[in-house]
Design a binder for this molecule. Structure first.
Ligand SMILES: NC(=O)c1ccc[n+]([C@@H]2O[C@H](COP(=O)([O-])OP(=O)(O)OC[C@H]3O[C@@H](n4cnc5c(N)ncnc54)[C@H](OP(=O)(O)O)[C@@H]3O)[C@@H](O)[C@H]2O)c1
Length: 301
């Protein structure tokens, strides 16, 4: 099979297309013929070696955490999925490949295309996890830092579906996009606390930091000095500030199915910012690393 591999840590140039043996499914795993793979910021952070302590990588490595495709082989003990099923999945092996293994997978509804299905698992699971942690409810006000990104935009929409008012930070070019998601836009940077207070005089009940660009002190100020109900998924200063850092949930196929159903029902919209062929993986990761993607980048296989 064709797959992207890297043999050392470095910039996007370390990624190359290679011929590899397709992986074989073990107990509980299905193998997918991948049709689309999602590109996540974690992919380039792993590639450049920044995540080695948390996600140890051995070489050769294939990037990618999520994919959509067709089940072409089923390992022992798999219930509910069969050869020929179209699925979205969190992959156990690198998703930037023609074939990948997955333990966590769900049937892809026909209404969702391959790109959307590949873009939903990581951001959808993360958005679900953090909203549950924050216990956002109807009538409350949630502030989302990074609301135009993949996780931020899905979390904002899920919070809207729960009946919350959502204020989201983004650069001005994304403000109309945030409005289209039902989010009150605010520009990030100096003066943020005043701008949020202006659009949310009722106060902020919970904060999701999906950007990781130093907005936690402002978040604590907006929560009137408490770190209660503030969660970050990206700010390394969280522990120092006493703020909860959420990572790595326990996703299930049922959760992926629920996310896919929400997309079909129109409660979740994932914007595809760019589509690349497999050999465009380094370009896609370089774009992801700019930190200004609206929605999600995907590789088409
Ligand atoms: N801990 C976990 O479980 C977990 C899970 C998934 C992702 N993550 C991490 O969470 C972060 C977000 O992931 P993602 O996939 O949503 O990323 P993404 O889609 O690449 O996020 C890009 C967005 O960030 C916005 N942004 C850039 N600078 C900003 C700032 N200073 N303030 C507010 N927004 C800003 C951009 O908006 P503008 O273009 O308008 O600037 C853009 O829309 C990444 O660091 C990722 O590694 C963590």
């Amino acid at each position: 099979m064709r797959a992207i591999v890297f043999d050392r840590f470095g910039g996007p140039e370390v990624l190359r297309v290679a011929q590899m043996e397709p992986p074989r499914p073990g107990p509980g795993q299905v193998r997918l013929r991948v049709r689309a793979a999602g590109v996540n910021p974690l992919d380039h952070k792993i590639r450049d070696g920044a995540m080695q302590a948390v996600f140890p990588t051995s070489f050769p490595a294939t990037p990618g955490l999520e994919a959509a495709g067709v089940v072409d082989e089923v390992g022992p003990g798999v219930a509910g999925l069969a050869v020929g099923d179209e699925v979205l999945a969190l992959t156990d092996t690198g998703a930037y490949a023609e074939y990948a293994l997955a333990t966590v997978a769900a049937r892809k509804p026909a209404e969702i295309d391959w790109d959307e299905a590949a873009a939903l698992p990581v951001a959808g699971e993360t958005a679900h996890r953090v909203l549950d942690l924050l216990a956002v409810g109807a009538g409350e006000t949630l502030l989302v830092h990074g609301a135009a990104g993949a996780v931020g935009s899905l979390a904002a929409q899920l919070a809207r579906a729960r009946g919350a008012v959502v204020v989201g930070t983004a650069s001005p070019r994304n403000h109309d996009y945030l409005r289209s998601l039902g989010v009150v836009p605010v520009t990030y940077g100096d003066g943020l606390v005043d701008r949020v207070r202006e659009v949310a005089p009722q106060g902020v009940d919970a904060v999701l930091d999906a950007a990781g660009h130093g907005a936690l002190p402002d978040s604590v100020a907006l929560r009137e000095g408490t770190t209660d109900r503030i969660v970050t998924i990206a700010d390394p200063d969280a522990a120092q500030l006493g703020v909860t850092f959420s990572s790595g949930g326990r996703p299930t196929g049922e959760l992926l199915a629920e996310i896919a159903r929400a997309a079909v029902a129109g409660l979740l919209r994932i914007t595809i910012a760019g589509r690349y062929p497999l050999d465009g993986a380094s370009t896609a990761q370089a774009r992801s690393a700019t930190g200004h993607t609206r929605g999600k980048l995907v590789l088409r296989l």
